[in-house]
Structure formats: structure tokens, C-alpha cells
Design a protein around this ligand. Structure first.
Ligand code: NDP
Length: 451
């Protein structure tokens, strides 16, 4: 049977674009449909604009520190509209690069929605239909907001990047990556920031000691963090959003931002029609090669709800092309995925938490929390944290947790060593770079505790 394309990709985000480009470069006839903007969540309303906001917000404390170091600088006001203009120009530029690179590789781009109509067929919003030997679904996810009275008044991460002006008082709901990152960004921008999290401690799933450390830092920076607190209802009142919390607290904010997780974009995609199996969270169920139960249909990235991070989606897209178009079955290793929460300061981690590791085997924990030289000079009371979890038997480093300025950059470097199987003794043999704060990672000689 002949098909219009060898590959039809639905979704122009990190995973879809990488797969489409690599398949086209390998000689496949590729088409890709995207209904919103090329680049997907990461580029348009996720990692990239968030990180640029992190950079922008970081100058607030840099200026205060500069004053303490002797600089004659005065703290001004942050001009969101002017930053926003530049931010969106940058996103337009990046979107253009994505489109150009894909087109240059020879893929055809349809800037409209596509849905599946069968195991080898898709239909565009304008009614055209195409057949393809393989279909790759890479439609990502979208913010999830739980049912709560007044839900229509809240923003999600999607709206934050589009806001016209900064709120004076913001409430962030949630305790995960996005909630903690936005709390820090808003706080640094000078917004009165409150955060409600329903559980006992933010950043569930991360290392307990590190979670506590981040929570202390967040509070120390002036974020009004309430754990064990959720929203009962919201109403528009007196020019603001009035919020009643589950603990009885009442308060009014100019913006309420829900960062309560994301759900896979599978609705209305024709997946049922094509016979594709969905899981409990409406995610596409795939095997280790990203293949669905329908042999011609694959899925990568957040729509499969495995490890929902851009670099993982990109790897999955590349592995799909190796497997399907290069006769080289390739799986993505998901056991040691480093990541960073871009709080201020940042929290970078890789591997196991202390709790996970000690449930499995005997471990040694090395942990140092201290005021780095740059802070102690100006009496800034913010401590960094360096933590290693070591297997007592094999001596291998099972996990590393760093809370420090630029911890995202630091953990990337450590990740290579840990991926290579570094032992504690390898770290010990490594000579320190002095004076740095990260030298501590090779200087921790005595276990803080064993378990
Ligand atoms: P997370 O899953 O990280 O966090 C969701 C938060 O919302 C949790 O604190 C959760 O609480 C809470 N929550 C969930 N449901 C409800 C509810 N019904 N009522 C109240 N609270 C609720 O999701 P995010 O939205 O922060 O981020 C989505 C994903 O995007 C991340 O998991 C990550 O994979 C990715 N991401 C990565 C970033 C990075 O690498 N720096 C940055 C941003 C996003 P509980 O813990 O109790 O379940």
C-alpha cells in the first residue's frame, strides 16, 4: 500500500519536532501538524519564558547584594510590559528557528489541528485527509485545574506569560515545580506572594531534607507559604479575587495562579477511533519503544505521561526515529534523569532521594549546609546545601541534591559522573576548585548519618 507520507507527526513541541526533523533527515517523507505555535510548551509557554523570567527576577537580589558589596545602585521598579515585549519577541524568534529547521530538513508543516481517523490516516481542521505509514502523537499536555467554585477566575502557567501587568498580590496554588518556581519569580519581582500547598511539605517526591531546605529559603525570601492549605472557593470581590481557604483563612488577591499539575492532551484527537489504548490519566499507553497498541501509531513526550521533561521528550523522539526509520531499536534510559527546580536559589537533583535509597539498601549520607563566602561577607543568611547519598556496599553515588545559586548548572556536571558510575572515593580523589562553594562536593569526609 502506498501512503502520502512515511511519517505524520501531530504536535510541534520538543518531541514531535525532533522526531520529524531526524526522520526527514533520514530520508523519510514527513509532515507535521501544529494547531498553536511551533516549539510547544517548552518554548512558547514553559521552560524558555519561565527561565527568562527567572533571569529577570534574579536581578532584584543581585542589586541588593551589589549595594551591600559597596555599589551605589538604587533599587528601581520592575517594568513588566517592557520585559514582556522583549520576551515575546524572543519567543517569536525561537519559534521561527523551529519552523525553519524542520522545513529545511524537508518536512511539510501544517499550521492547524490534525486528528486521527484510523491507524494510518489523519484529518486536518480544513478537512484535508492524509495517509501515513506511521503516525507519531506528540501533543504534550496542558495545565490541570481541579474543580473548585470560582475556577474561571484563576490563571494557569499559560496565562502568566501573557499577563498585561504584574499583580500586586498573587496567590500560587500547588507545591510542585511550577508553583515553587512562580512563587520565587513573583516574589523577586516585588509582588506580595502567597503560596498554598495542600500537603505537609512542598516538592513531594524530592528528597525530604532538601524539600525542607527549599521551604525555609522560600519563606526566608518573603513568600508567605502555607502548607496543609487548599482553596475552598473563590469569588470576584472589591476589585480582587477573594479566596476562602480550607483552614478558614480568607484573603484577597489580584491574581490566583493554579499550578496543580498537567494532564495529557488526548481529548478529541480521534485516538479511540484509531483504537489507541489510553491509561488512567487519559495518557497514551506505550511500550519501551514508544509504540502504542496500534503498531503504526507511536507517541512521545508528555502525552504519554512518563517523565514529563523536555530533554526526555527529545530523547524519546530521537529513539523513535532510530527504532522505526534506522532499524536500530533504541530505548530511553530513564533511571538517572537530572532535573532542576528553578526556585531562587535553585534545587538540582539526580538519582535517589535519601528515603528511596534507605528503603532499598544500607547507605551513607553526606550533607553540608552552609553560608557560602559570597553570602557571609554581606551577612546574607541564605545557606546552600550539598548532599550525596552513597551505597555502603558498592560505594557508588546513588543520588545527589544541590540547593544553591545555579544548582541547575552544577547538577548537569555531577550527572555525568553519576551516570558513569562514580563512587564516593572517585569524588574524594578529585581535587577541589578553591575557593568555590561546590568544592564541598569533594570535601565531605565523614558521613552525616548512615541508614
Ligand atoms: P507537579 O506534578 O510537579 O505538581 C503539582 C502540584 O499540584 C503538587 O504539589 C500537587 O500536590 C498539587 N495538586 C495536584 N492536584 C491538586 C488538587 N486537586 N488540589 C490541590 N493541589 C493539587 O506539577 P506542575 O504543574 O508543577 O508541573 C508539571 C510537570 O511539568 C512537572 O511534574 C514536571 O515534570 C514539569 N516541569 C518541569 C520543570 C523543570 O524541570 N524545572 C518546570 C516546570 C514543570 P501533591 O504533591 O499533594 O500531589
Amino acid at each position: 500500500m502506498s501512503f502520502d507520507y512515511d511519517l505524520f507527526v501531530i504536535g510541534g513541541g520538543s518531541g514531535g519536532v525532533r522526531a520529524g526533523r531526524l526522520a526527514a533527515e533520514a530520508g523519510a517523507r514527513v509532515a507535521l501538524a501544529e494547531e498553536y505555535r511551533m516549539g510547544g510548551t517548552c518554548v512558547i509557554r514553559g521552560c524558555v519564558p519561565k527561565k527568562l523570567m527567572v533571569f529577570a527576577s534574579g536581578y532584584a537580589s543581585a542589586m541588593r547584594e551589589a549595594q551591600a558589596y559597596g555599589w551605589d545602585v538604587r533599587m528601581g521598579r520592575f517594568d513588566w510590559p517592557s520585559f514582556r515585549k522583549r520576551l515575546h519577541a524572543e519567543l517569536d524568534r525561537l519559534e521561527g528557528i523551529y519552523r525553519t529547521n524542520l522545513g529545511r530538513a524537508g518536512a511539510e508543516i501544517f499550521e492547524q489541528r490534525a486528528v486521527l481517523t484510523g491507524p494510518n490516516s489523519v484529518q486536518l481542521a480544513d478537512g484535508r485527509t492524509f495517509t501515513a505509514r506511521y503516525i507519531l502523537v506528540a501533543t504534550g499536555g496542558q495545565p490541570y485545574v481541579p474543580e473548585v467554585p470560582g475556577k474561571e477566575l484563576v490563571w494557569t502557567s499559560n496565562e502568566v506569560f501573557l499577563m498585561e501587568e504584574l499583580p500586586k498580590r498573587a496567590l500560587i496554588v500547588g507545591g510542585g515545580y511550577i508553583a515553587c518556581e512562580f512563587s520565587c519569580i513573583f516574589n523577586c519581582f516585588g509582588v506580595e506572594t502567597t503560596q498554598y500547598y495542600r500537603g505537609a511539605q512542598i516538592l513531594r517526591g524530592f528528597d525530604d531534607e532538601s524539600r525542607g531546605h527549599v521551604a525555609e529559603l522560600i519563606k526566608g525570601r518573603g513568600i508567605d507559604l502555607h502548607v496543609g492549605t487548599d482553596i475552598e472557593r473563590l469569588e470576584r470581590r472589591d476589585g480582587g479575587i477573594w479566596v476562602k481557604a480550607t483552614d478558614g483563612r480568607e484573603a484577597t488577591f489580584d491574581a490566583v495562579i493554579y499550578a496543580t499539575g498537567r494532564k495529557p492532551n488526548t481529548e478529541g484527537l480521534g485516538l479511540e477511533k484509531a483504537g489507541v489504548e489510553l491509561g488512567r490519566w487519559k495518557e497514551i499507553v506505550v511500550d519501551e519503544y514508544s509504540r502504542t497498541n496500534v503498531p503504526s501509531i507511536y507517541a512521545v513526550g508528555d502525552v504519554t505521561n512518563r517523565v514529563n521533561l523536555t530533554p526526555v521528550a527529545i530523547r524519546e523522539g530521537a529513539a523513535f526515529v532510530e527504532t522505526v526509520f534506522k532499524d536500530n531499536p533504541t530505548k530511553v534510559e530513564r533511571d538517572l534523569v537530572p532535573s532542576a527546580v528553578f526556585t531562587q536559589p535553585e534545587y538540582g537533583s539526580i538519582g535517589m532521594t535519601e528515603e528511596e535509597a534507605r528503603d532499598e539498601r544500607p547507605i551513607e549520607v553526606y550533607c553540608a549546609a552552609f553560608r557560602p563566602m559570597q553570602n557571609s561577607f554581606i551577612d546574607k543568611d541564605e545557606r546552600v546545601l550539598f548532599k550525596l547519598i552513597v551505597c555502603t556496599e558498592t560505594r557508588r553515588i546513588l543520588g545527589c541534591h544541590i540547593i544553591a545559586p545555579n544548582a541547575g548548572e552544577l547538577i548537569q556536571m555531577v550527572a555525568v559522573a553519576i551516570r558513569m558510575g562514580a563512587t564516593k572515593e572517585d569524588f574524594d580523589r578529585t581535587i577541589a576548585v578553591h575557593p568555590t562553594m561546590s568544592e564541598e562536593i569533594v570535601l565531605m569526609k565523614t558521613p552525616t548519618r548512615t541508614a
